[in-house]
Design a protein around this ligand. Sequence first.
Ligand SMILES: *[C@@H]1O[C@H](CO)[C@@H](O)[C@H](O)[C@H]1NC(C)=O
Ligand SMILES: *[C@@H]1O[C@H](CO)[C@@H](O)[C@H](O)[C@H]1NC(C)=O
Ligand SMILES: *[C@@H]1O[C@H](CO)[C@@H](O)[C@H](O)[C@H]1NC(C)=O
Ligand SMILES: *[C@@H]1O[C@H](CO)[C@@H](O)[C@H](O)[C@H]1NC(C)=O
Ligand SMILES: *[C@@H]1O[C@H](CO)[C@@H](O)[C@H](O)[C@H]1NC(C)=O
Ligand SMILES: *[C@@H]1O[C@H](CO)[C@@H](O)[C@H](O)[C@H]1NC(C)=O
Ligand SMILES: *[C@@H]1O[C@H](CO)[C@@H](O)[C@H](O)[C@H]1NC(C)=O
Ligand SMILES: *[C@@H]1O[C@H](CO)[C@@H](O)[C@H](O)[C@H]1NC(C)=O
Ligand SMILES: *[C@@H]1O[C@H](CO)[C@@H](O)[C@H](O)[C@H]1NC(C)=O
Ligand SMILES: *[C@@H]1O[C@H](CO)[C@@H](O)[C@H](O)[C@H]1NC(C)=O
Ligand SMILES: *[C@@H]1O[C@H](CO)[C@@H](O)[C@H](O)[C@H]1NC(C)=O
Length: 382
Amino acid sequence: MVNASTLLGVVLLARHGDRLEFFQDPLTYNPAQTFLTPLGSVQELQLGSFLRSQYLDPRSPTFLNGISYDVANITQLNVRADGGGEGAVILESVYGLLGGLFPPTTDNNITLANGTTIVSPFGGYQYIPVESVEQNLDISLNSFTSCPNFDNHISQFYSSGPFLAEAAIAAPFLQNLQPFLGNRSTNFTNMFNIFDYVNVQSIHNATFFNQLQAALPTANAQAYGFANFHEGGVFSDGSPSGIGNIAIRTIVPSIISSLQGFASGGPVKLMLNEISYKPFISFFNVTQAAASQPLLNGIVDYASAVAIELHTSRNATSEPTVYVRFKNGTTDPTFHDVQIFGQRSLPLSQFVSKLAPIAVNTTQQWCTACNQTSLRGCSVFQ
Ligand SMILES: *[C@@H]1O[C@H](CO)[C@@H](O)[C@H](O)[C@H]1NC(C)=O
Ligand SMILES: *[C@@H]1O[C@H](CO)[C@@H](O)[C@H](O)[C@H]1NC(C)=O
Ligand SMILES: *[C@@H]1O[C@H](CO)[C@@H](O)[C@H](O)[C@H]1NC(C)=O
Ligand SMILES: *[C@@H]1O[C@H](CO)[C@@H](O)[C@H](O)[C@H]1NC(C)=O
Ligand SMILES: *[C@@H]1O[C@H](CO)[C@@H](O)[C@H](O)[C@H]1NC(C)=O
Ligand SMILES: *[C@@H]1O[C@H](CO)[C@@H](O)[C@H](O)[C@H]1NC(C)=O
Ligand SMILES: *[C@@H]1O[C@H](CO)[C@@H](O)[C@H](O)[C@H]1NC(C)=O
Ligand SMILES: *[C@@H]1O[C@H](CO)[C@@H](O)[C@H](O)[C@H]1NC(C)=O
Ligand SMILES: *[C@@H]1O[C@H](CO)[C@@H](O)[C@H](O)[C@H]1NC(C)=O
Ligand SMILES: *[C@@H]1O[C@H](CO)[C@@H](O)[C@H](O)[C@H]1NC(C)=O
Ligand SMILES: *[C@@H]1O[C@H](CO)[C@@H](O)[C@H](O)[C@H]1NC(C)=O
């Protein structure tokens, strides 16, 4: 079969689906437990089906050449999920996504010596291994908690001129919103939690939704806008190698090694990182994507995905090229091209040379970058 796709491999960053309220300490981002909802699982399944249509359909212009697309070949897949932070929300989300990416198929069968053919359970369900990245064993997918220098960065942002100015703009809105917030603090430092509460209640609680719409019809959009400012500042930095970008700097090593693996014809063709919204913000900051598309400096919707694609050059003498695409949650029907470093695409070596200098490659480097001496495995380096 002839197909025109030039895709060698793809690294995916995917956000978890709809969940219950998620409280994070505004000074440290230490999380409280929360739970994925059935809606969240459906959103992830839809994302997985979408990704299947892009990468696992031989008719797609971005079909992943050489991948086993009906029955999964687990040697070709590398799937990791942030096991910290939101409790099991992210790990559970990835199972939904994988269910859409590789749906059950009766082709997932085997014929035994006695002549009987056995199809795997649930009509051919495909069990794909997921590495749960436990934060106390591996800092890579959840590197922004227990990081004293990141806490300092947060405090500096909270005392900065732009933050105090935005807080003053938000103050009258938050005062009007207060009756809807239970006893939650309306201090602007708490803006993520305020937005999250309003957003979660508006999705799940008809009484709340109707009362808020009647009293403050633009409250959801306003809370989202202010939370985007807040999170955009917390999870970015004036310098790409600044601690504010730590959430992506610890993922950069696996992005680079995966792309290099695709280029050298390694077995893995699809790498999936299931994560929270934070590394997205840092990714769009360090790749300068948010500079040309300011909306990217905020909280991506549930079940959003970034695809970092490596394509062979159509010019056989030049090296493979990196493209980035983004889909903003379930309501966004498709991927959108993202400009990185001011360009539509970059040769692999240039992409690597821009990101390698900001990579935090090891736990020990993270301990130093964070000034953490005891937690998350740092005590052994003392
Ligand atoms: C088993 O899988 C093969 C493809 O590998 C397919 O042709 C066959 O129909 C399947 N058998 C059953 C019983 O589903
Ligand atoms: C063949 O072996 C399988 C697994 O032990 C069993 O379920 C099935 O009934 C056997 N079929 C026959 C015809 O004996
Ligand atoms: C708010 O706090 C007050 C006093 O601490 C308490 O009486 C009240 O029940 C709280 N309300 C809610 C909604 O938690
Ligand atoms: C808001 O919270 C910050 C951080 O806890 C604190 O420093 C500040 O005093 C609070 N502002 C008000 C008006 O309470
Ligand atoms: C739903 O919202 C109403 C109005 O704000 C509130 O009284 C109620 O406690 C909420 N229910 C839940 C389950 O949170
Ligand atoms: C799975 O993929 C690997 C790497 O491409 C390949 O070596 C292996 O033969 C494949 N396994 C099956 C069962 O197709
Ligand atoms: C990255 O974020 C910082 C701080 O929010 C901002 O000053 C800078 O302009 C951003 N960089 C780009 C390229 O968007
Ligand atoms: C994502 O979608 C929401 C609406 O669902 C929108 O408000 C937000 O600006 C979008 N973000 C980006 C980066 O497109
Ligand atoms: C292929 O790319 C190389 C390196 O960018 C360039 O020197 C060469 O002229 C290109 N060849 C064609 C046929 O475009
Ligand atoms: C991290 O690894 C990259 C190669 O991927 C290398 O270029 C960079 O210097 C390393 N950084 C540190 C701090 O060791
Ligand atoms: C690292 O943290 C210690 C306290 O644990 C503090 O005394 C020291 O000044 C910090 N070092 C830097 C470079 O911030």
